[in-house]
Design a protein around this ligand. Structure first.
Ligand code: PRP
Length: 189
């Protein structure tokens, strides 16, 4: 364990991924992404994340991708726990640069039902991106509703509710350097 954190969620169950587990896997993913994208590259890659959860992973991942790239952010309205449909989704923060004709890497902290990302992917395709790849740190594939092809995946996770390293519970705990599970809380709640 590297960092020493004194503040933990009161209802923490267990540490699922330590700071060292994460940094090792992020380094590997960065190398995989760089090797994969280098073969197809035509100009700087547009790396995009969906706020807020992906920003911690994005910051570490890009420092392990040895390629020319730009970074941009999108945010969409939350689904408020109901089953999302593309009709109900609203972009609340849009990209600042065009992705027309560009290779895009979408970075997520976690993919769960896949509904957020399938909306985002449709939207990015409509803007004329050349190629779209997905990199997620965590994949909760057991809860998938919208099928997705994930190009780069850090860890498969189960039904536990996870916080830390960008993931929140009521907006808290994104700053934990590790990922832990919470007692008596379930994904989707
Ligand atoms: C999380 C995560 C993804 C989405 C995945 O964001 O960052 O964007 O959920 O869920 P899905 O596959 O079921 O659509 P969240 O809505 O918790 O907001 P946040 O990024 O601000 O934490």
């Amino acid at each position: 364990m590297r960092g020493c954190f004194h503040v933990y969620p009161e209802n923490m169950e267990r540490i699922v991924f330590t700071e060292d587990d994460i940094s090792r896997r992020v380094r590997e993913l960065g190398n995989e992404v760089a090797a994969g994208l280098a073969q197809e590259k035509g100009g700087a890659i547009a790396v995009i994340t969906i706020m807020k959860g992906g920003f911690v992973f994005l910051a570490d991942l890009i420092r392990n991708i040895d390629l020319e790239l730009t970074v941009d952010f999108m945010a969409i309205s939350s689904y408020l726990g109901s089953k999302p449909s593309s009709d109900g989704v609203r972009i609340v923060k849009d990209l600042s640069e065009s992705i027309y004709g560009r290779d895009v890497l979408v970075v997520e902290d976690i993919i769960d039902t896949g509904l957020t990302l399938s909306y985002i992917l449709r939207n990015l395709k409509e803007r004329g991106s050349r190629d779209l790849k997905i990199c997620t740190l965590l994949d909760r594939s057991g809860r998938r509703i919208a099928p997705l092809h994930i190009d780069y995946r850090g860890f498969e996770v189960g039904e536990e509710f996870l916080v830390g390293y960008g993931l929140d519970h009521h907006q808290k705990w994104r700053n934990l350097p590790f990922i832990c599970s919470l007692k008596d809380t379930r994904p989707g709640e």
